[in-house]
Write a protein that binds this ligand. Structure first.
Ligand SMILES: Nc1nc2c(ncn2[C@@H]2O[C@H](COP(=O)(O)OP(=O)(O)OP(=O)(O)O)[C@@H](O)[C@H]2O)c(=O)[nH]1
Ligand SMILES: [Mg+2]
Length: 361
């Protein structure tokens, strides 16, 4: 799972990246360089810690998310076509974290002369839209030239779908709001459209606005009425500071600010829901481990996340719900109690499933 951090220049992307990953990459003008930063972060989950108490000798392995901190998007760059390296990096991400600036900082002038987070969100969303539109138009043109020469049903179908996309984009709608069905989504997957990616918008606010967090989020939600985009307000600067303190100092700092947990924790949690992710576990004497997959994935696909052999040679998934395992304390006790299920390859994995895959290669 890879999440791209994007936004206008100097919006606080690298600051947020540091907060998320505990890294100390340079922020501010020095970071204007086009380089990108990548880091892999372990995802905390209390359920994994609890499962580990049942087999304390086992290794505990947390699922990870990879964050990639990209260069700032200049206004107008989507229209003229993003730099191909940048677009390539952006398109291969599974989801986008868009950072918009709402903080006041005299030392950091805004290129538009004022701080306006909603305007900036519109700006960047529009650049993404134009980038997708260019890809759609290009492809439509090529298909049209071909279907004139040969009859090709598959291409005609693709053309119809792309025209539908074109209509949405022309109406300035994100493709993710178009309600495509499974089959359409499958056909579109290869294009890696930016406006089809799950997106979480981080409104980077000043410390003095922290008491207004909920209000600021609500204003965004209301203005950009879309269920597929999440809005979360936090101060990247404060979060970075918290991430660089050790446990006790961090707790004191949070108390001072009057907040119960770092906003980053809340953000990771809400990103799971928004990005359509879920966690399943594997549980054995040697290792307990959490895994991240997309909602709707089958047991066989989930096995593939662990190893391609497991997917290929899949036989069955011995599955028990997290709560049941915590109650009965071992897989054999779960079996005796009748709560261990034998699921086939088409079984849709649920959040919190503890699975032992049986396979044969
Ligand atoms: N006051 C305040 N300043 C911030 C905040 N977040 C970032 N900054 C400052 O804004 C400047 C830019 O932050 P970066 O995190 O480097 O921004 P960026 O989006 O990565 O910038 P580029 O990669 O150059 O586009 C730095 O001087 C930060 O210290 C914040 O929450 N509050
Ligand atoms: Mg940066």
């Amino acid at each position: 799972m890879q999440i791209g951090i994007v936004g206008l220049p100097l919006s606080g992307k690298t600051t947020l990246f540091n907060a998320l990953t505990g890294k100390q990459e340079a922020t501010g003008y020095s970071s204007g360089a086009r380089e990108k930063h990548v880091a892999v972060v372990k995802v905390p989950d209390a359920r994994l810690d609890n499962l580990h108490t049942l087999v304390p000798e086992a290794r505990k392995v947390q699922t990870t998310i990879e964050y990639i901190d990209l260069a700032g998007v200049e206004k107008g760059s989507g229209q003229s076509g993003f730099d191909s390296q940048f677009l390539g990096d952006l398109r291969t991400t599974d989801a986008l974290l868009v950072v918009v600036r709402a903080f006041e900082n005299e030392a950091v002038p805004h290129s538009d002369g004022s701080v306006d987070a909603q305007r900036d969100y519109e700006t960047i969303a529009y650049e993404f839209l134009l980038s997708d539109l260019a890809i759609v138009e290009n492809r439509i043109e090529r298909i049209q030239a071909r279907v004139k020469k040969f009859k090709d049903e598959a291409l005609e179908k693709e053309l119809a779908l792309l025209k539908k996309c074109h209509g949405y984009l022309e109406a300035e709608k994100n493709l993710r709001d178009a309600g495509f069905d499974e089959e359409e989504l499958k056909a579109l997957r290869g294009f890696q459209f930016l406006t089809l990616k799950p997106m979480l918008v981080v409104v980077n606010i000043s410390e003095s606005d922290l008491p207004r967090t909920a209000e600021i989020e609500a204003a965004f939600r209301e203005k950009f009425d879309t269920p597929t985009t999440g809005f979360i307000a936090l101060s990247a600067d404060i979060e970075m500071e918290i991430s660089q303190l050790d446990g006790d100092d961090a707790a004191l700092f949070l108390e001072d600010l009057g907040i119960s947990e770092p906003a980053i924790t809340r953000m990771i949690r809400s990103s799971y829901a928004l990005l359509g992710l879920l966690t399943f576990f594997t549980f054995g004497e040697n290792e307990v481990r959490s895994w991240t997959i997309s909602k709707g994935m089958t047991a066989r696909q989930a096995a593939g996340e662990i190893h391609s052999d497991m997917e290929r040679g899949f036989i069955r998934a011995e599955t028990v719900a997290y709560d049941d395992l915590m109650q009965h304390k071992s897989l054999s006790a779960c079996r005796d109690a009748g709560v261990l299920r034998l699921e086939g390859k088409e079984y849709i994995v649920k959040d919190g499933d503890v699975i032992t895959f049986r396979f044969n290669v």
